[in-house]
Write a protein that binds this ligand. Structure first.
Ligand code: PLP
Length: 373
């Protein structure tokens, strides 16, 4: 390829629309601190995400940090989570002075294996943090039952699951709090940004405080908060992209159908399947390169790279391999055999609405014919 093909391309509103938004912001002279655009986006997202409460943030990581903080988990307690995720997930647990306990994953959806959670529960466990990785939903019903039985809190990282529904219900209504990321690489973006969604109205005040230095009013600082506020420029991009994301999903659905049809009978290539109860966010297109494919995942990655096609080894290394976690005794003793297998086999293919059909065909044929041509 003459030009580099990236794994994704950001959803971008028309520049003229951005200019019109900027003109309004300039006229208002209000750039941040829960401004008009911020409040409009918060209201609109309740409808789009079909959730009762939304709190916007400057990025998904700060949102997740605050979500964990808001639940007042006992100091030093354990949070059971998946190692097959982006660094932010376990780091947010650790930054809250809690201990991430890594659980193995389920081979199809690659989300935390709900059947392996109970064996990891100790008197010190306070919460479960699941990730709807690539947009595949965790087994939310099973996790909910475990949490109720053991009196645990449940947090979800839905950074990849914008608009996902399970059994006709928004993914953002499961568990105690759900985090969405609106980073530029996400299906729906506000350049950087994110939000928390939750059912419990008592959390509104708590989360507002935590993302705004604990400040309630000019002379009242109620608690120890940080700065998690989304600014007006981010919110304006978010408002414009709200009008565009469905069309992007439709375009990605076509790319998916093309990849699916072309790859379904290729020996050694497995396409993880969305459960029939869930809708697709169209965030990523992961394939699993099994042992009976002629090349390893790393070889496929390198072959594509030589041709200027940049796939991603999401998630390699897995989080339990990081320098900051790997020496923990529990990590050394943990059975993470599924994740240790899949971290060497999963590859995310270029996946965005404007991916040219010619490029899609090249990608498909390279995989189909084992890079022989
Ligand atoms: C699974 C997951 N969790 C958390 C994050 C962090 O979100 P942000 O980049 O908005 O801070 C990301 C991506 O960036 C992610 O992919």
């Amino acid at each position: 390829m003459d030009k580099k093909i990236f794994v994704t391309q950001p959803l971008l509103p028309a520049l003229s629309d951005v200019e019109a938004e900027l003109a309004q912001i300039w006229a208002s002279k209000w750039l941040t601190n829960m401004g008009a655009k911020h409040n409009e986006l918060e209201t609109k997202l309740k409808d789009v995400l079909k959730v009762p409460n939304v709190s916007l943030f400057n990025n998904g990581t700060i949102a997740l940090l605050v979500a964990i903080k808001a639940l007042n988990l006992p100091a030093g307690s354990e949070v059971i989570t998946t190692p097959f995720t982006f660094a932010a997930t376990p780091h947010c647990i650790a930054w809250n002075d809690l201990k991430p306990v890594f659980c193995d994953i389920e081979p199809n959806t690659m989300t935390i294996d709900a059947d392996k959670i109970e064996a990891l529960i100790t008197p010190n466990t306070s919460a479960i943090l699941g990730v709807h990785v690539y947009g595949f939903p965790c087994d939310v019903e099973k996790i909910d039952a475990i949490a109720r039985k053991h009196n645990l809190k449940v947090i979800y990282d839905a950074a990849h699951a914008f608009s996902t529904e399970v059994n006709g219900r928004s993914i953002g209504t499961y568990g105690d709090i759900t985090m969405y990321s609106f980073h530029a690489t996400k299906l729906y973006n506000s350049i950087e940004g994110g939000c928390l969604t939750y059912n419990n109205p008592d959390l509104v005040r708590k989360i507002y405080n935590l993302r705004n230095f604990g400040i309630r009013s000019e002379e009242l600082v109620e608690e120890v908060g940080i700065n998690g506020k989304m600014n007006e420029l981010q919110a304006a991009i978010g408002l414009l992209n709200l009008k565009l994301f469905k069309n992007e999903q439709e375009k990605r659905a076509k790319v998916k159908a093309f990849y699916d049809a072309g790859l379904k009978d290729v020996k050694g290539i497995r396409i993880p399947q969305m459960p029939s109860t869930a809708t697709n966010s169209y965030q990523y297109y992961p394939i699993v390169i099994e042992d009976d494919y002629p090349l390893s995942r790393n070889e496929v990655y390198e072959k594509f790279k030589e041709q200027n096609i940049l796939t991603r080894k999401y998630f390699y290394p897995a989080c339990h391999d990081y320098e900051c976690y790997k020496n923990d005794l529990a990590v050394k003793l943990a059975d993470l055999s599924v994740v240790d297998d899949l971290k060497n086999k999963v590859l995310c293919l270029p996946y965005y609405g404007d991916l040219e059909e010619e490029v899609q065909s090249i990608i498909l044929n390279r995989i189909k014919y084992g890079f022989r041509s």
